[in-house]
Design a binder for this molecule. Structure first.
Ligand SMILES: Cc1ncc(C[n+]2csc(CCOP(=O)(O)OP(=O)(O)O)c2C)c(N)n1
Length: 351
């Protein structure tokens, strides 16, 4: 596993010197587990996730989105890198900042847009405007809104899969805020005692709504809790795609082999408000500027160019292609009808 030396420290809501590793002083990790083809695929998914978020933000501002728009800008490497470490038969329990993970699991753009734009025939039949859906065929089960509750659910899945003799792993996520719930503790303890192959990514993006890390927990690293449960734990830079991938891959395969769960704390910054209604004026500007230098996509663009996988012109063309396809898909989806009101009752009340 990568060592903690590559790890910036938590910030307690302030710009800390230890994370002033801009693009020049902190070289991204290059994983021997990835081929150049893999790199291109992962890069594409990060770009797709970013474009999806930007499109949803535009739609929100135009009054065409429904409910909150929770962007994952800044979290693309954490989301795509972790989900890529799973096999297709492993189970994925995403949270609200894992659009990149949805794409990685093979979720189709139009199907996601239909759900996010609450159209008839979408996975949640118009009753949801984000990712509270399960796509059983792709083993995507997400997400339980009550923070912390998805951990015991994922543990339960992993226990059942183990009883069925499947040899599969369940991966789930929690934010730095949600990591302070009782269900986090109950879930992780049960996972460790029962030796269930679970990998939990704590997405520490420095804030839970307006609460900074300093009012959330007193330990140095959230991964330090692992020793108390009897599982493995590591804190990593969540803006470094290949570091995330390799750490997660090792944790997934170790959990599969030994049944020992893992806690991986991924350090990032929430680069937008909690959702688009929130102007996040409580976040110091310097802190955002500092993290902007660590933008996961910019960092990986540099890797792509340095390794001669793409030129800047090819990357620009790729981004345009993704953006054009996003706009075409949105134009199609917004023409679709909304569901009939009675659809909202289906699967809630017995007829
Ligand atoms: C048990 C519970 N309490 C409160 C909420 C309301 N809520 C939704 S998201 C959120 C902040 C979550 O912060 P964090 O876990 O750090 O994740 P982030 O949104 O920063 O990614 C809150 C308080 C909730 N969904 N569940």
């Amino acid at each position: 596993m990568p060592t903690a030396a590559a790890t910036p420290k938590k910030q307690n809501g302030k710009a800390a010197p230890s994370v002033q590793n801009g693009r020049t002083s902190h070289k991204p990790h290059i994983s021997s587990l990835l081929t150049d083809d893999d790199r291109k695929k992962l890069f594409y998914r990060m770009l797709q996730a970013r474009e999806f978020d930007l499109a949803m933000i535009r739609l929100y501002k135009q009054g065409r989105a429904f409910g909150g728009v929770y962007s994952q800008i800044g979290n693309e490497a954490a989301s795509v890198g972790s989900a890529s470490a799973l096999r297709d038969d492993d189970a994925y329990f995403p949270m609200h900042r894992n659009v990149g993970g949805h794409f990685t699991r093979g979720q189709e753009l139009r199907s996601m847009l239909k759900n996010f734009l609450a159209r008839e025939g979408s996975m949640m039949r118009g009753t949801d405007g984000t990712g509270h859906y399960a796509d059983v065929s792709k083993k995507v089960f997400g997400n339980v809104s009550h923070l912390g509750s998805m951990i015991p659910v994922a543990v339960g899945y992993a226990m059942a899969a183990k009883m069925r003799g499947e040899n599969t792993v369940a991966m789930t996520y929690i934010g730095d805020g949600g990591a302070q719930t009782g269900e986090f503790h109950e879930g992780m303890n049960l996972a460790a005692v029962q030796k269930t192959p679970l990998v939990l990514i704590i997405e520490n993006n420095q804030y839970a709504y307006s609460s900074p890390n300093s009012v959330e927990f007193a330990c140095e690293r959230l991964s330090d809790r692992a020793v108390g449960y009897g599982c493995t734990g590591i804190t990593i830079d969540g803006t470094d795609l290949e570091l995330v991938y390799e750490t997660c891959k090792n944790a997934v395969e170790n959990a599969r082999k030994t049944g020992v769960p893992a806690i991986i704390e991924s350090l990032t910054m929430r680069m937008r408000g909690h959702a688009e209604h929130d102007d996040f004026s409580y976040v110091p500007k310097e802190m955002l500027e500092e993290w902007q230098k660590r933008d996961p996509i910019d960092r990986y663009v540099a890797v792509m160019i340095e390794r001669n996988l793409y030129t800047q012109a090819q990357i620009d063309a790729l981004r345009k292609e993704i953006s054009d396809e996003m706009n075409r898909a949105i134009d199609e989806v917004v023409e679709l009808p909304f569901p009939k009101p009675e659809e909202g009752r289906r699967l809630v009340f017995v007829d």
